[in-house]
Design a protein around this ligand. Sequence first.
Ligand code: HEM
Ligand code: PLO
Length: 483
Amino acid sequence: KMSRRGPQEPPHLPALPVIGSLLSLRSPHPPHVHFKELQQKYGQTYSLMMGSHSVIIVNQHTHAKEVLLKKGKTFAGRPRTVTTDILTRDGKDIAFGDYSATWRFHRKIVHGALCMFGEGSASIEKIICAEAQSLCAVLSEAAAAGLALDLSPELTRAVTNVVCSLCFNSTYCRGDPEFEGMLHYSQGIVDTVAKDSLVDIFPWLQIFPNANLHLLKQCVSVRDKLLQKKYDEHKADYSDHVQRDLLDALVRAKRSAENNNTAEISAESVGLSEDHLLMTVGDIFGAGVETTTTVLKWAITYLIHYPQVQRCIQEELDSKVGGDRSPQLSDRGSLPYLEATIREVLRIRPVAPLLIPHVALSDTSIGDFAVRKGTRVIINLWSLHHDEREWRNPELFDPGRFLNSEGTGLTIPSPSYLPFGAGLRVCLGEALAKMELFLFLSWILQRFTLSVPPGHSLPSLEGKFGVVLQPVKYKVSEGIIIF
Ligand code: HEM
Ligand code: PLO
């Protein structure tokens, strides 16, 4: 609904020199928290300048849904930034690539390849359960010996092997040097990518562009060697008759485009160049590793802080699954408290607190505000998930808010909840991530109780801001389950 005066400009933060002084109050908070606080002064939707770019910050669910759903196509663009261009060879991937036929086509190939794993001997469920089994075996060994165990590399390896099976039809053993190398480059990328556009307004993020760009380039070059190796191996044993994984599906699409090569449609022009293939599989591999691992770490952090929640999940597991068999996907419907806990973790610590920035592809509006073509739009999911009007005690971890009053069924109590985004740019891995979270957590909690012995401090609930919101590292010490 337009106001009588027609579309207006959204409230605007003072221009750059003034912002400098405004924000050099040096808020100790990361961007998503700071953007939430700025609502008090400027309203729920406001605009500011990041360098030379006009940016709108959206902090409420009605405007967020207008951007993502109602006007999804208008806001389906992505900005180009120095760091994401380095990571994705100028946007030749899905997540950071602009809205285009190529983007659409690659989403479709990935979707098809993930569906191919639906049933049969190589089903996603079987792949995840095999990794859960091997993860639990490592935990059992440590528990039996009464030893401290750094959970972080074990969780990461389990999650990596699932997405490695799906992308490359391969897995890593403990201590595999390629796996260790991957961990290192991937952390370097998470620490540096997609922060550059924020540097103007958040000087306290402590980004030194040159040192960071150097680290990013180094990490990306290690990643690219790994991707290239997988690609060369797949090309060498490619067969039209078997499709083992996502990379086979991409190679097949490229070959089929090349075979139908006419003057107009070449593999290049439909976006099936070698660069595009590598960047797409790089996105899925990178997202597959970093997101699910991060959520598992948050879940375990909260379970250690809230032992009563952990006990509740274990009682549910005992009564609905028992101890004679392992949990399986078909148990999801009968374990609502575990599902509610996963939902609450995704609310209180969203993986991508600012999503990925969107761009208006034409002149448009958000609510009563005029938005010009090219404007960047940041959906502050943190504000949506911590909105006091929508959530009672938003900082309190309470899975019960996702259960009906009898505690027997699941609900979503507020429309202000979008952990995977929505619309055209909705997360491509939502179904996969939910399967992994359910199976890994149910397998672990059926067998183990996670805790910190008396006298040791609890892991921090503070997040480290970045392209994913990771928990801060927990110091290794004796007798504790640690990250
Ligand atoms: C995009 C959340 C796991 C692949 C996104 C976005 C969010 C999100 C919020 C951005 C939406 C937007 O910009 O509007 C999550 C969460 C996960 C998760 C909470 C885990 C719990 C995964 C996994 C994969 C994946 C496992 C890979 C299989 C992607 C891709 C995009 C994306 C490719 C970009 C989509 C596009 O721009 O078209 N995800 N994600 N995600 N996610 Fe996920
Ligand atoms: C994670 C580090 C990897 O080395 C590269 C990579 C690729 C895709 C990115 C992912 C990183 C972080 C999480 C992202 C994902 C695409 C979609 C996902 C941004 C940078 C989310 C949550 O939006």
